[in-house]
Design a protein around this ligand. Structure first.
Ligand SMILES: Nc1ncnc2c1ncn2[C@@H]1O[C@H](COP(=O)(O)OP(=O)(O)O)[C@@H](O)[C@H]1O
Ligand SMILES: [Mg+2]
Length: 330
């Protein structure tokens, strides 16, 4: 996967070139750049303990003023993904410091593409969107139960991989980048008043710096689903601030009016419900969204039997097995 959020490397990426070829902690041999985001550079590395490729996420922007906070948040991300242990999230292999000062975390390397790259080729079929939403909600349900809110759900923080032997409607989804996650029981790791998250996918309460909850992530999921179905996010504006204002105060155009393929009334209603301005008007929980998605999936694909619905979880089981095999070697 070679992509970077907003299509350019972060300003801190270039000084990280010297890491290519390095062996970190006598274990991870850094091979090549995979991608980058707002806080980090992600490399492919060879895990010498297992012989498998891994992703090494390295915090960049070392000499900034906000660095201590970012390093603590990076450690928090490692804690969060270790706590999650979900087949649609990334397993954590290691966490440490390069040269005693630059934090890194090693996870499974995803052999797919970001949903952002996937969407660049055009909108998706409703059935595919349902299956993507279902898997994201599966991760969210697990996270929310533990008091973890992702706070930065967006297409560049989600990957999709084709599932072998299946048609194009079937993809395996992973939710990445818990770098901004808040953990209810462990206090806030953000500066009051500092904007955290991505304006294009941001719930009104997050834009207003009010308390977030699981339903904040559900709003972002609604924005993502809307973009998957129509090819465009519900709100676009020339500046991040103007985008946030729209999330707070403008009603989105009905998704079925803009969708490339008719989503049907139930999916359209669900997506619009996720985009409700007030958290209390959105679905109650990720579990509730999953229950609705199961009905919608049956409606969109009447040939699907309940046994078949388990195919997706089967894929998850296979991933789990792969991960466990890798862990026992490591
Ligand atoms: N495990 C992985 N396997 C492959 N590519 C990855 C992996 N993790 C991240 N990437 C790539 O790196 C990019 C940035 O990673 P991310 O965790 O989102 O960092 P940031 O916190 O800086 O946004 C992602 O958008 C993706 O393209
Ligand atoms: Mg990211």
């Amino acid at each position: 996967m070679h992509s970077s959020e907003r299509g350019r490397p972060p300003s801190g990426a270039a000084p990280f070139d010297h890491l290519i070829g390095r062996v970190v902690d006598d274990r991870f041999e850094i091979i090549t750049l995979l991608g980058s985001g707002g806080t980090s550079v992600v490399f492919e590395a060879l895990d010498r303990h297992t012989g498998s490729p891994v992703a090494l996420k390295v915090l960049h922007g070392l000499d900034d003023a906000g660095q201590t906070l970012r390093a603590r948040r990076f450690a928090r991300e490692a804690e969060v993904i270790a706590a999650l242990d979900h087949p649609n999230a990334l397993p954590l292999f290691a966490y440490g410091l390069i040269d005693g000062r630059t934090p890194y975390l090693a996870t499974e390397r995803i052999d797919g593409e970001t949903l952002e790259a996937h969407l660049a080729r055009g909108p998706l079929a409703p059935l595919t969107v349902v299956r993507i939403m279902d898997q994201v909600c599966d991760v969210l349900a697990t996270a929310h139960r533990q008091g973890i809110v992702h706070r930065d759900l967006k297409p560049s923080n989600i990957t999709v991989e084709p599932i072998d032997g299946r048609g194009g409607d079937w993809v395996l989804v992973r939710v990445l980048d818990f770098g901004l996650a808040s953990w209810r029981t462990r206090g806030r790791l953000t500066m009051k008043g500092a904007l955290m998250g991505s304006p294009r996918y941001m719930a009104p309460e997050q834009a207003l710096d009010r308390p977030v909850s699981g339903r904040t992530d559900l709003y972002s999921l609604g924005v993502i689903a809307y973009e998957c179905l129509t090819g465009r996010p519900p709100f676009e504006a020339p500046t991040p601030m103007a985008e946030m204002v729209k999330h707070v105060s403008e009603q989105p155009a009905p998704v079925d009016e803009r969708a490339a393929m008719p989503p049907g009334p139930a999916l359209a209603a669900l997506v619009m419900g996720l985009l409700a301005k007030r958290p209390g008007d959105r679905p109650l929980s990720a579990e509730q969204v999953r229950a609705e998605l199961a009905d919608i999936e049956r409606e969109l694909d009447p040939d699907l039997h309940d046994g078949e619905r388990d195919t997706l979880s089967m894929a998850s089981v296979q991933v789990m097995a792969r991960i466990q095999a890798r862990r026992s070697v490591g």
